[in-house]
Design a protein around this ligand. Sequence first.
Ligand code: PEP
Ligand code: MN
Length: 335
Amino acid sequence: MLIVMNANAAQGEIDHVVEVVESLGFRAHVMPGATRTAIGVTGNQGAVDLSHFENLAGVAEAIRVTKPYKLITLDLRPDRTIVDCGDGAKIGDGSLAIIAGPCAIESRKQAFAVAEVVQQSGARFFRGGAFKPRTSPYAFAGLGEEGLKILREIREKCGLKIVTEALDESNVDLVEKYGDMIQIGARNMQNFTLLKRVGRSRLPVLLKRGMAATLEEWLLAAEYVMAEGNYQVVLCERGVRTFAQHTRNTLDLAAVPAVRRISHLPVIVDAAHGTGRNYMVTPLARAGVAVGADGLMVEVHARPDEALSDGAQALMLDEYEQMVREVRAIHEVIS
Ligand code: PEP
Ligand code: MN
């Protein structure tokens, strides 16, 4: 159920509605907006009697939600969500967010070589995995906490916000200690206990689309995070598995306007995993911006041929700098 407050509802009236929701054993999600506050109600198994709420002071209307989503929708929050990592580093505020860095943190030297270029490009976010999901159990799986310490040093020295993946619930504590945004990878998009855990985190969540996930499944995964009270979620389109053999994944750029039509959450495009091929990354990053994404994720490496993971899709440092110039120019034209 969704409770829409009058535009001029007082804080006391909002608080009272929350009390009534909680007294019935449900959870209230208060979403202030530019014109009115809405309150999403979760935790009810069946239909709730709307008359509990319709006559409370300050309530404009109580609406039964018939769609599978309650919290990610524009019905609840017509204004776009802005995800705020502090110090002006935001996603969804109309700026073009760039999250760049190597696939994995391999060493201090490797990570800093990229971080310095990312910082100089004006990007605000640095990515790099310390816990890597690998197809083969024998492949490099990341440096663990040692990698997170390198990321923390990059945050301090370069002023970049750190986006890094938590593979399981025990990793979340560590990512919270060292990072600024928790990445949930494609393989974990429907790891529901992990989604609930990050839903209780103070850090924003970057939720990648599962490699065979429908739009609805992806949005319901975001709903899991929000239902626990964390409303700072960024969706990331990273390609899905298809019959195509000319790419690693098929980057579904139509997902960007499709998300926009339903949800207030920001959506970004990962042109690296979305293509898997170095020469396709910049063209698809340009397309991602043109289609209206709030930002981009790309992988960058000073020596892609020596990378311990995803070298084939990494941009070299000068290629990255050129890509940033191009996508900024496109963003300027369309915004
Ligand atoms: C990554 O970002 O390096 C990664 C493993 O991404 P995905 O979960 O999209 O495969
Ligand atoms: Mn990668």
